[in-house]
Ligand binder design. Structure first.
Ligand code: SF4
Ligand code: SF4
Length: 293
């Protein structure tokens, strides 16, 4: 039995997508250090030892929690294997796959909103989606291990937006502004490129560069939360609604459980033929006849 199915038949038109509500609530919870608005100070209390499952800069004055990629690199910097962080990613991934990217990440929401700007739109070539695995293994892994520095954090566009720019702007003593150099401007350049490409391309950063997305994408095929397409109900190639509304440019009618799917469930809600549903994954068990003597 599908857990969620064919909400497209609901008579009332939805004004705001459910995953957008999740993104807004998650943004308020993760970036809820309100006193930073007048003090400019980074929260350093007990919640900072807790990781959220999505990209969330530790250095953001509004941030209450830690970033899992920052924590991962912290262990690599000490040349230790990050059992805790890998277990955390594994547990979230096995449970929901990449759903946290669709429902919780503020940087993902920002890209969704940027794509709403009316302009020429482009589809990404598939090979570009493999770059994020290189970013994860080379920058957040090997280079962090060898150099002892969190190099992904130093270049992260979410980090410059959440931490770099606000910290420079609210710097009362001028100490932080004095540190602004080539690395800051490199980060600004990466940020501007990512923002510019998020207008014509759906979720450019998530699909091409984000190491968190790279990790969860591996779990999409096996995660407990799963999507199913009923081919007999699907009207492809005469329909195409799911492909049009998918924020990750997935050919849903082929296989909705592709590695890029962020389980936003828009295809489940909007398929006019009620062909896509959300289920809990059951591995296929092949029963073979045992011969009796
Ligand atoms: S892939 Fe996108 S949505 Fe997921 S953590 Fe990275 S930035 Fe956020
Ligand atoms: S396939 Fe469906 S659930 Fe997955 S990202 Fe696309 S619209 Fe969202």
């Amino acid at each position: 039995m599908p857990v969620m199915h064919g909400v497209a038949t609901m008579k009332k038109k939805r004004r705001i997508a459910p995953h957008r509500i999740g993104q807004i609530i998650a943004s308020i919870i993760t970036l809820g250090h309100v006193p930073a608005l007048w003090t400019g100070n980074i929260y350093q209390g007990p919640l900072k030892s807790v990781c959220v499952p999505i990209l969330n800069c530790w250095g953001c004055p509004l941030s209450l929690y830690s970033c899992p990629i920052g924590a991962l690199q912290h262990f690599f910097n000490l040349q230790l294997f990050p059992f805790y962080i890998m277990g955390f990613f594994g547990a979230v991934g096995m449970l929901v796959g990449r759903m946290v990217c669709g429902w919780l990440c503020p940087f993902g929401m920002l890209q969704d909103l940027l794509y709403k700007i009316r302009t020429l739109k482009f589809r990404l070539p598939k090979w570009m989606t493999y770059i994020k695995y290189a970013v994860l293994i080379i920058i957040a892994g090997i280079i962090a291990w060898i150099s002892g520095e969190p190099w992904f954090c130093k270049l992260c566009p979410a980090g410059i937006l959440e931490a770099g720019i606000p910290l420079v702007l609210v710097d009362k003593t001028g100490d932080i502004r004095a540190l602004v150099g080539w690395l800051f401007w490199t980060k600004i350049a990466i940020f501007v490129i990512v923002i510019a490409l998020s207008i014509p391309v759906k979720r450019f950063f998530c699909r091409v560069l984000c190491p968190v997305g790279a990790i969860y994408s591996v779990f999409n095929r096996f995660s407990l939360v799963h999507l199913t397409i009923e081919k007999e109900k699907c009207k492809h190639p005469n329909c195409g609604v799911c492909v049009k509304i998918c924020p990750m440019d997935i050919n849903v009618y082929d296989n909705p459980n592709q590695k890029e799917c962020i389980r936003c469930l828009e295809c489940v809600f909007k398929c006019p033929n009620i062909a896509v549903s959300m289920n809990f994954y059951k591995p296929e068990i092949k029963i073979t006849k045992t011969e009796t003597a």
